[in-house]
Design a binder for this molecule. Structure first.
Ligand code: NAD
Length: 353
């Protein structure tokens, strides 16, 4: 039965397909941009420079210092670079870290963003940016943060190593999983969520087996887009809160943390959300959703223990405390003891329970 709901379509233009990077210049023009600053990480600078060449007379310069967790000091350096080259728009080419830098600039200046994602993180579909200052990560939500235009070009994702594609893909699945049981869930977002999970669960094994499987990479990117829309349109719960806390406190890698925590957070919430659980099971083709996601990650060679990605065992209690400190909505009430057990299992790499 369909009850009452609110659905807000976020205003973002999406251009999808192989070779679509070639339309970057036209898309900058469409935004009214005359001087574009290209943003990348140091690892993707060469890719950024060739994009700059393709932008021709619209290319104002490059800032290749984007890094994880959007540190404010990096944003300030990028702001200075933006002013120095008199840029009137930014083109962010990369994963969530690069997208985050473009968003931080837009938050401060209102500048237009063309975003060209090369991972499955989904940040390009959200009006949210998490920024780090003095070791503390805070999240801001503002309409100015949402990129105006996004180009999804599968060709750029072909260089994403299969191991990163797997964890980034499960990071995307996590957005859709929590969207299905969000407090403000709605039938349209749920459609996208189920389809996004299905597309990624179907294609990640193919990518892990053959990293240059273009058809699988295309469908995975499509799934990542849908999951990103879910993240941008409804609120998240325990899983995202845990990953945010663990990532920020112990400086853990983003996609890997999501991959490890997801089956456990889902098992915690499972008793409270039977219908979403049935949809997730259907989408991944498993009888039990948390177990199915745990086995998927394991089968595809992803790490399944927080201790293997740098979390100290002494941090389990601190993480449990932080997870229940600032009250937030979750379908199952937050019980410290059960959350501590969940984190301990994720730390040791045990199956979800
Ligand atoms: P990332 O952007 O940090 O990328 C990881 C590494 O992979 C980088 O060195 C990058 O240059 C490289 N890389 C990216 N794409 C590549 C490709 N196609 N080929 C080769 N190398 C490539 O990782 P991520 O997981 O995409 O993003 C994580 C960050 O995004 C975190 O800081 C997270 O908080 C943020 N995030 C924010 C939101 C939001 O809505 N605000 C959503 C998701 C993620």
């Amino acid at each position: 039965m369909i009850g009452s709901f609110t659905f807000e379509n976020l205003p973002c233009r999406v251009v999808f397909g192989s070779g679509m990077l070639g339309s970057a210049k036209a898309e900058v023009e469409r935004l009214g941009g005359k001087r574009a600053l290209v943003l990348t990480t140091p690892q993707q600078e060469a890719q950024g420079r060739s994009l700059g060449a393709a932008l021709g007379s619209l290319y104002a310069g490059i800032f290749s210092g984007a890094t994880m967790h959007t540190p404010v000091e990096v944003t300030e350096r990028a702001l200075a670079a933006m002013k120095a080259c008199e840029a009137d728009c930014v083109v962010s080419l990369g994963g969530g870290s690069t997208t985050g830098l473009g968003k931080a600039l837009a938050l401060r200046t209102g500048i237009n963003q063309l975003c060209i994602p090369t991972t499955y993180a989904g940040s390009e579909m959200t009006p949210i940016v998490g920024q780090t200052e003095n070791g503390l990560k805070t999240t801001v939500r503002d309409a100015a943060i949402l990129p105006e235009t996004v180009i999804y070009d599968v060709d750029l994702t072909l260089t994403l190593p299969a191991s990163l594609a797997v964890t980034s893909g499960i990071n995307a699945i996590a957005h859709a999983v929590e969207a299905l049981y969000a407090r403000d869930t709605n039938p349209v977002t749920s459609l996208m969520a189920e389809e996004g999970i299905r597309a990624l669960a179907r294609t990640l094994p193919a990518i892990a087996a053959r990293s240059d499987d273009r058809e699988a990479r295309t469908e995975a990117l499509y799934g990542a887009w849908l999951c990103g829309v879910c993240l941008g349109t409804v609120g998240m719960a325990l899983h995202h809160k845990l990953c945010h806390t663990l990532g920020g406190t112990f400086d853990l890698p983003h996609a890997e943390t999501h991959t490890i925590v997801l089956p456990h957070a889902l098992a915690y919430n499972a008793p409270a959300v039977p219908e979403p659980m049935a949809r997730i099971s259907r989408a991944i083709g498993a009888a039990d959703a948390p177990q199915g996601l745990f086995e998927l990650a394991k089968r595809l060679g992803a790490k399944t223990a927080l201790r293997d990605i740098g979390m100290p065992g002494s941090g389990i209690d601190k993480a449990a405390d932080l997870a229940v400190t600032n009250a937030y909505w979750n379908p199952r009430p937050l019980e410290r003891g059960a959350i501590r057990d969940l984190i301990a299992r994720a730390w040791a790499g045990e199956p979800p329970a």
